[in-house]
Design a protein. Sequence first.
Lengths: 222, 363
Amino acid sequence: MFEVKNISMIYDMDTDEKMYALKGFDLTLPDKGLIGIIGPSGSGKSTLMYCLSTLKKPTEGTVCYNGTELTTITDSEREKIRRKEFGFVFQKHYLVPYMNALDNVLVAAADQSEETKKRAKEFLAGLGLGERELSKRPAKLSGGQCQRAAIARAMINNPKVVFADEPTASLDHENAFNVMRILKSYSADRLVLVVTHDRSILNEADRIIEIWDGEISRRETE
Amino acid sequence: MKKPFSAFYYVKENVGRSLLIGCMFFLTTMLLLAGNYIQSNYYYWDGICEYTESLTDIAGLPTDENYEDYKAVIEELEADPEIIVMLNSGFSASALSWKCTLGFTMGSHCARFNTAEDLQTAFRIFGYKGDFSKVHDGSVIISEPLARNLGFKLGDTLGPEEGLHGEFTLDALIDEDIFAVFFVETEEENLIRAHVLSETLSPKEVRERVTQVVGDRKVKINVPVRAEVEKNLGPINLIFYVALFLLSFVLAVSVNSVIAGHYAKRTYEFGIYRALGRTKGEIRRKCAAEIALTDAIATVIGIAAIELYTFLMNELYYIPHGQFLPYWSVLGIVGLVVANALVLIPVVLLRGRSMCRADVTEF
């Protein structure tokens, strides 16, 4: 699904102290499965994820997604891909504070029909959020419930790829386990990329990529 | 179902914040009230302007020896079956001063008729209604609003203390919004002025006929006062427009800084929208719609408040005191629209552009 060639990301290009977040490596990712990208803080793992998901454009190199060269297409084409094919789960849930849980999911939906609303409710119910929780705003939900609503938001359009950047960092052990269980289940026929510094949540990963100082130091496959 | 991304949803779920921004926009509606107050100066002058446009007055000039030209013109006009000529005195007359809605004193217009019959004929042609049964030589007639403005009642004696050139009794009130003073003063001599009217010709046709008859003879034809009024009140309009732009600029800066702070707190929200694949166009339209909707609600509430204020002030104070504040004016509407545009457009453009740059990766 993803073909990355010689990808580099350099910050502060115009200064003498250039910072290499990614240092020119190749990578291939499959159509499905749970892939973990692990590394210490500042290793470039989040930057890699941003480059793959079109949130950032690499300074050098190419990122091909299903034959489409993501670094050369227009902004509107990138937006279209993000809208239809990608989903995002962030460390902090980043739910909109004035929307209830259901509307936070619907705001990401491709359409606002009654059918989509029904599907969103079913999805949230499957993630353990009942009718009572649906009408509550994020401030009235627990951290785990917010993160599950964020996962529902990421998956409402049935994206082919879900990018999860430290999805369990703000959660306790039990909720972290639940979130990883959901992501693992989704990865049965989709690609789920999880960026983390916590190896313990990647027990169920199909593959682990270790990044150190902007370079891939190890690739493990189960 | 209100869509979560829509402006209506945002305003409905964030009433407090929207009210705060709305209060800023509400201030722009004050321009409507300011324009209405300035337009109120024109309100009673409109009646005088219409009167001077509908009545053609001629006067003999001192350079006309023995007023020969004047007499010849009068003779020709009196021979016209469609023309009515009312001779009246050449002595000067004085009018009353009154207080306008803005609080300062304004002058009025005056006209003299030689007989009560002449006055009643003229008023019948103008369509002025009232009880003229007591009108006689030595009467003064004014409008009901002017009487309320000055605190006069029927039967009052008005003289030099009130600014008039002699003693007169207030013998009739006309039901018209015109701040003019009409005298009946019978003179036998010095009848070197004349009102020229017609029951069948329009005021424009009368004026044309009089102008044709006068030609280049030494007879003066009155000029309608509208141009003079607009010339005198014009500087006030100019001051209004200058104040409008200055106030709009100040409002634009303050509203923009309040809104900037408000949207800065929502940067991550818009960053998420961008990550979810919302286009820049959708983001800009969302910002524009939220701000415009808040402005529209504030403007409607502002206009309603101003109309209510105007109604209460008119009923409780202005009309009983012979004044009037209009409910709308061209000046006020221009002020409201321009102020809103000057405040709204930069805010919408700047916020839309700023939120398009929201980047979730930078949180």
